[in-house]
Design a protein around this ligand. Structure first.
Ligand code: SF4
Length: 488
């Protein structure tokens, strides 16, 4: 580390300090945990985001020898933050030439070697399917001081490894598929993550069982569209030394549809049968692939989280068509009605885009009406930002920023009001809550997640972290419940 006083013995290579700053979705968070785990097993020291004074570029300091950014391309703003940091790091490197700067994630997949030309100070790029090669790439840069990139075009980007550096003791991310076969015109994912590829069902089962054997109680399944999971039955060979061979795959025998393939509801059912796994969530879903078969599995399995994220994007059929969402508003509403009928305690969340290409006042009004009618439990509202290389890049980005902001704000306020009303309806109930952590801010307080993943804060002993308890929801403050422990 450039300013570390650490002493190293002669002829013993200095332990390099690596820092990974993560942007974007949970899939990136998982990939960063894998990268950190692999590097730490190779003898690197890992430190949290080591770039200081981001807001004052003249005073930048990097407390690491290797600074990596795991990047996101979904919105322009996310890319701009990385470009801003690359600019600062390039300047810093003029006086600290030993610093190694690297990129991982979706921006690498999208822009590839072009980034080397734009940022000559950038040393390495690792594709989403090449994370395992990160240690050797860093070593290559260190030895030869030249730009290196490994970006594979095929295969799957998911890496299961017991060397992962998980942030949570009781909760784990578990990617089950990557890529997307849909062609929503605004979306960069099919370009950055490629076509859908599912992990074999037996690998998912084995990895979930391994996590449970390490004390994990809650698993969140990840994928760009988990509902279209289509798991091949054949397991990939067990990596040497992973120590999981004792996990029996017998429960899978004879299961799965045609030729032993598993679809998403079947995978969920199978995972629910793992003893010791107490809660399973998943994200995210495309409406077209959300089926009554899936609702049925959720309804009969209390282990499955009651939070269901189903992006609507717009309430206007004209916009939905322009976005190629493959459904109308009426079809979407029918799905929500059916889901609520089959899973009465479900909590549905959504994404909305404000100001997509060609959006008129009438289209915007249709989205406002949809929010009021569907009464989502939470909604993420975004201003549309054109992503080059997406199909929508050929459409005019013709809604002025000031209108996008106005519509964004209006949708946000409508949704926020509905959220507050929905939360207040739950006040007084006693609900199952998973204790996630002790509060960093208020000693003696615990932070938990309810059965439908609402945040609740309540007094309690930190030895209760990792347990499922019953908590009474007393009041709502800033979209968070304040509660009281009822029994444990
Ligand atoms: S389904 Fe989701 S990931 Fe796939 S193209 Fe549409 S928005 Fe992108």
């Amino acid at each position: 580390m450039s300013n570390s006083p650490e002493k190293t013995a002669p002829n013993v290579p200095k332990k390099l300090v690596v820092s990974i700053a993560t942007f974007g979705c949970q899939m990136n968070a998982y990939d960063s945990e894998v990268a950190e785990g692999l590097l730490s097993h190779q003898g690197y020291e890992l430190v949290p985001d080591a770039l200081e004074s981001e807001a004052h570029s003249r005073n930048v300091r990097v407390n690491a020898d290797v600074f990596l950014m795991n990047t996101c391309s979904v919105r322009e703003h996310a890319e701009d933050r990385v470009y801003g940091r690359l600019g600062m790091l390039s300047k810093y490197k003029e006086t600290h030439p030993d610093l190694i700067i690297g990129l991982m994630g979706c921006m690498v997949e999208e822009h590839r070697e072009k980034l080397f030309r734009r940022f000559p100070a950038l040393d390495l790029m690792v594709g989403t399917r090449n994370i395992k090669e990160l240690p050797e790439l860093i070593e290559e840069v260190r030895k030869n001081r030249r730009q290196v990139a490994k970006i594979r075009h095929d295969g799957i980007s998911i890496e299961y490894t017991d060397q992962i550096s998980r942030k949570g003791r009781f909760h784990a991310w578990l990617p089950i598929m990557t890529g997307c076969n849909k062609v929503c015109t605004f979306c960069i994912v099919p370009i950055t993550r490629g076509s859908e590829v599912s992990m074999p069902a037996r690998d998912v089962y084995r990895e979930a069982s391994r996590l449970v054997s390490e004390g994990v109680k809650w698993i969140t399944l990840l994928g760009q569209n988990v509902n279209s999971y289509d798991g091949n039955p054949h397991p990939t060979p067990l990596p040497e030394g992973e120590g999981v061979s004792s996990i029996s795959l017998a429960p899978l025998a004879g299961r799965g549809q045609g030729e032993g393939k598993f679809n998403f509801p079947e995978l969920l059912q199978m995972l629910c049968e793992i003893e010791g796994l107490e809660k399973i969530s998943f994200t995210t879903s495309h409406p077209q692939d959300a089926t009554p078969e899936l609702y049925e599995v959720i309804a009969r399995n209390p282990k499955l989280s009651r939070r269901f994220h189903l992006p609507l994007q717009s309430g206007s059929d004209r916009m939905l068509k322009r976005m190629k969402r493959l459904h109308t508003y009426a079809e979407f509403k029918e799905k929500i009605d059916r889901m609520r009928q089959m899973i009465p305690d479900v909590s549905i969340t959504t994404d909305i885009i404000a100001g997509f290409s060609g959006e008129t006042d009438e289209d915007h009004e249709a989205t406002c009406r949809a929010l009021r009618e569907l009464r989502f439990d939470s909604g993420y509202v975004y201003k549309y930002s054109l992503r080059p290389e997406t199909p929508a890049a050929n459409l005019p980005d013709d809604v002025p920023m000031v209108i996008k902001e106005k519509r964004n704000n209006e949708l946000f306020q409508i949704q926020k009001q509905i959220e507050i009303e929905n939360l207040n309806k739950l006040v007084g109930r006693v609900v199952e809550t998973f204790v996630e952590q002790a509060s960093d801010w208020t000693p003696g307080k615990l932070i938990g997640r309810t059965y439908d993943e609402h945040k609740v804060v309540f007094p309690g002993d930190e030895r209760l972290v990792g347990q499922f308890l019953r908590v009474r929801l007393d009041e709502v403050q800033n979209l968070t419940f304040l509660g009281t422990l009822r029994e444990y």
